[in-house]
Design a protein around this ligand. Structure first.
Ligand SMILES: *Cc1c(COP(=O)(O)O)cnc(C)c1O
Length: 403
């Protein structure tokens, strides 16, 4: 029994289950110990009944585990659960969000291919393309996220892949995913959406027409700032390529982290709802403050893409950015006056975080590139956590009172 891939497969039928049920139960396999909560399989390798068994398993003639760089039961549960939540045929877990992007591009692109990456993506994603993929002959261009005509104009005969984050960090800009998928497909390219800020609870890129979803599970999927991980999800045919790369190259997810993510997914919906409600309250309050120049949050009617956000997402997320009057000195004043909010660039945590993008995440950009990305010196990014909203507000008010 112990070596059987599906020894303890639950026979509960989830074929008609709703999204909340899938988040709690999809992908669970029960061991002969009959544990109720998902087991954590901290095992690097697996044993065989006989030499013939081992040979059959290595030859792929018999299903089952061989080695945890290939498969691990805890990682598999996480992969099946997130696939069910994203509506993907298959999901593949990776060691980090960056490893997810690495694995996707390494497995789907070759030298001579051209990739379009939205200008406002995570800084390390841009470094990955500019410093490394370019060296191996993968061309890259960076169209502005929301400008569909610019995406179409940037396409070449060798364009293979579009990569976007929507909403973007830190300015909460969106792209119409369904419309962008049409542009990609018209040019024979695939569309990959980094769904890190929304999670499948707030946005389902595959249902909107995207081909691939990627995640940094480090953020809301863990949701408690404990560990790193990532996901690539999409059609089984493409995911088989990603699996092949991961097995060979090795940036696979640790089973311990997978186990934390499994438990994270079970509470993801209620956490995202609470994050969104608090972020909305903070954004509305900030917009009323005389020291605040502008607030960037798609849940505000003043956001230029508020209608698109309402149509495309079922919530607006928890990242609120704002500009204070008086430039960098005042932005730093607000950050330094906090006594509870954590000064850190991470996000997707129960603990509220605050950062100054111009001197941290976007600090390596030239002043011109920063201006083109809309990152001013007076910009502050807050990733709203799950503390009392009054406490978050009061902590921000302390610094605003000094302006
Ligand atoms: C954090 C982040 C990543 C990178 O994820 P890691 O888990 O830190 O490697 C990628 N994309 C987005 C949108 C992120 O916020």
């Amino acid at each position: 029994m112990l070596n059987e891939w599906d020894a303890g497969r639950l026979d509960s039928d989830l074929s008609e289950a709703g999204a909340d049920t899938l988040a709690v139960r999809a992908g669970q396999y029960r061991s002969p110990e009959a544990e109720h909560s998902e087991a954590l399989f901290l095992s690097s390798s697996y044993v065989f009944r006989s030499a013939a068994d081992a040979a059959a398993r290595f030859a792929g003639e018999q299903p089952g585990n061989v080695y945890s760089r290939y498969t691990n039961p805890t990682v598999r549960t996480f992969e099946e659960r997130i696939a069910a939540m994203e509506g993907a045929e298959q999901a593949v877990a990776t060691a980090s969000g960056m490893a997810a992007i690495l694995a996707m591009v390494m497995s789907l692109c070759s030298a001579g291919d051209h990739v379009l990456v939205s200008r406002s993506v995570f800084g390390s994603t841009i470094s990955l393309f500019d410093k490394y993929f370019k060296r191996f002959g993968v061309e890259v261009d960076y169209p502005p996220l929301a400008d569909l005509d610019a995406w179409a104009a940037a396409c070449k005969p060798n364009t293979k892949l579009f990569i976007v984050e929507s909403p973007s960090n830190p300015l909460a800009e969106l792209v119409d995913i369904a419309a962008l998928a049409q542009v990609a497909h018209a040019h024979g390219a695939l569309l990959a959406v980094d769904n890190c800020f929304c999670t499948p609870v707030l946005q389902k890129p595959l249902a909107l027409g995207a081909d691939i979803v990627i995640h940094s599970a480090t953020k809301y999927i863990d949701g408690q700032g404990r560990c790193l991980g990532g996901v690539v999800a999409g059609p089984a045919k493409l995911m088989q390529e990603v699996v092949g790369f991961l097995r060979t190259a090795g940036p696979t997810l640790s089973p311990f982290n997978a186990w934390l993510f499994i438990k994270g997914l079970e509470t993801l919906k209620v956490r995202m709802q609470a994050h969104c409600a608090s972020a909305q309250a903070i954004a509305e309050w900030l917009e009323q403050q005389p020291q605040v120049e502008r607030v960037y949050y798609a849940g505000l009617p003043s956001h230029p893409q508020h209608e698109l956000a309402k149509r495309q997402q079922s919530g607006f997320g928890a990242v609120v950015s704002f500009e204070v009057k008086g430039g960098k000195a005042n932005a730093w004043k607000v950050i330094d006056a906090t006594r509870m909010i954590s000064i850190t660039t991470n996000l997707g945590d129960t603990k509220t975080t605050i950062a100054h993008p111009a001197s941290t995440s976007h600090g390596r950009l030239s002043p011109e590139a920063r201006a083109a990305a809309g990152i001013s010196d007076s910009l502050i990014r807050v990733a709203v956590g799950l503390e009392d909203v009054d406490d978050i507000r009061n902590d921000l008010a302390r610094g605003l009172a000094l302006i």
